[in-house]
Design a protein around this ligand. Structure first.
Ligand SMILES: [Zn+2]
Length: 230
């Protein structure tokens, strides 16, 4: 992957990577939220990085889940915890949906208790997700991370108030919809693509300048995660 050339225009901009699994870098132009999986990585918590924390569906061990939820609740009061997640529903794994649903609700309760936004992982389980979110009231922002869905799904999610976060690969029409409705966020997730390259790709897709895109994303990101600038 090519690195974005450093130039004066780019140097002035502030970039936000709202979901990465990589450890912090020293690039101050990039504000990032590192996703920490409480089931596997709780010991990596420190006070100098900004985190989202959650029980990732891939690493849930049902017998250990209660202890993991307690740890999640305990850590959530730390001021460098900016969100709960990633957590959610995944139908591509053998973990029974009933357990996934219980843990989804438990993590949502913790997010509400600490007044934190949620970063969600939803894979092939939109029906379950819509069913459950229709019958509960949600008080803090929910962000669907790594969104690659079609515009019909994007539109439905936006209509229901969810934010969409896009990585290096996305449906251009869905990206445009999220941008128009002020619901667009960007992330690098597990990829080696630098977040600045993802901004460049998104700006090109939207036929807008990188400055305009950065301004719009900054507004959304700071509104959802006010302490990201601290
Ligand atoms: Zn992730």
């Amino acid at each position: 992957m090519t690195q974005f050339p450093k130039n004066k225009r780019m140097e002035k901009l502030q970039f936000f990577d709202i979901h990465t699994h990589k450890k912090s870098s020293k690039d101050f132009a990039i504000r990032r939220i590192r996703s920490l999986d409480i089931c596997r990585e709780a010991e990596e918590y420190n006070t100098f990085e900004k985190f989202s924390i959650g029980l990732h569906p891939w690493s849930i061990i049902p017998e250990k889940a209660e202890a993991d939820l307690l740890r999640l609740d305990e850590l959530s009061s730390q001021k460098n915890i900016l969100a709960i997640g990633e957590f959610g529903f995944d139908k591509s794994i053998p973990l029974p949906m009933q357990i996934q649903e219980e843990l989804f609700l438990s993590q949502l309760i913790i997010a509400h208790k600490h007044n934190l936004p949620m970063i969600l992982h939803i894979v092939r389980a939109w029906e379950e997700f819509f069913k459950i979110t229709k019958r509960i009231s949600i008080h803090t922002p929910m962000i669907i991370h790594g969104f690659r869905g079609k515009p019909e799904l994007a539109s439905e999610l936006i209509k229901r108030g969810f934010h969409l976060s896009f990585g290096p690969f996305f449906n251009p029409k869905s990206l445009a919809l999220a941008y128009q409705k002020d619901k667009l966020l960007l992330e690098s997730d597990n990829s080696n693509t630098n977040i600045t390259n993802i901004y460049t790709r998104a700006a090109k897709t939207l036929s807008i300048s990188i400055e305009d895109l950065a301004t719009s994303i900054s507004k959304q990101t700071i509104r959802i995660f006010p302490s990201i600038l601290n």
